[in-house]
Design a protein around this ligand. Sequence first.
Ligand SMILES: [Zn+2]
Length: 303
Amino acid sequence: MIYPWLNEFKKPLEIAYSANRLHHGILLSGQEGIGKAEFSEELAKGLLCNSSANQLEACGHCKSCQLQQAGTHPDKLVIGRDKKTIGVDEVRKVAQFVQSSAGQNANKVIILLNVHLMTTSAANALLKTLEEPNAHRYLLLVTHEPMRLSATIRSRCLDHNLAISHYEDASNWLSSFDLINQPWHILFAQQPLLLLNWHQQGDLNQLDKLYFCIENLQTQADLQQINEILKQKPEFISVFSIFLFATIKDYLVQKRLSFSCYQKCIKLLANFDTSIKTILGLNVPLAISQLIFSLQEQFNLNN
Ligand SMILES: [Zn+2]
C-alpha cells in the first residue's frame, strides 16, 4: 500500500517489469516529504515477492514477503538511512551484494537512500557497479538532490522523478488527519509527509504564526515574534525563506512590485540563504532584520 499520489508512478515501472525490461538502476528523485523512501520499499516488496511472477505487486504472505515484514530479507540491502556521508566501503558492500546469489526468488534489491551524500570515491565505485549490470539486480537510488550526483551516474540510471500532479490525492489524504488547511500549506503541495510530520510534532501552530508575521511585509513584520520562533526552532529558517519568497512572488503577480524590484528582492533573499548556510556563528536576528529592512526599502522604492 503506497500513498495515493504515488500510484501513477508505479505503473510505468510495472509495465517495464512485466515486459522484462525494467532498468537495473532507477534514480528516484523528488522533493523531501513526497514519499520516495516508502516508494522504494514498495518496489522492493514487489521485486522480491515469490508469488508476484512478472508483476510488481507483493502478495503479503509468501516467505519473501514475511522476511520483508520482519526486516530480515537476505536479498535486500538498504544503505544511507542515517543521512550521513556514504563512504566507499558501503558502496563496496553493494558490489559484493550484487555479485552473490539470491536466497529467495532470483531478484536482489539495493536501496541507496540519500545517495547524494556519497563521497567522490564512493560515487566512482557505484558507477562501476552501474556500468556492469547483472540480471535480476536492481539498484534504487533515492535523493531529493539529484543534481549533486555526477552526470555519468545519472546517465546510467532510469530517471524516475516523483512530482505530485493531482494535489487533491494528497490533500484528501492529509484531511483524514484533522489537519486544518492554512493558506501556506499549498507551498508544500509536493511534500505531504513533511506537513504531516509538522502536524504530528505539534509544529503547525508555530508555522502559522511565522507565516502571519510577514502577512503585511510591505509595511510591517513582527520581528520579535519571528526571532522568538526561530530561536526555538532554528530548522524553520528555511521555511521562513520559503514564506518570504512566496510573499514577494505574490507582490509581483499583484503588480505591487516591478520586475526589476522583484529581481533585487530575490537576490537579497538568495544572499540571506547563502549567509545562513555558510557563515558560522551568524547573528541570525540581525541578519533577519537587515533582510526585512532591505526588502521594505525595495518595496518603497517601487512606489
Ligand atoms: Zn509475496
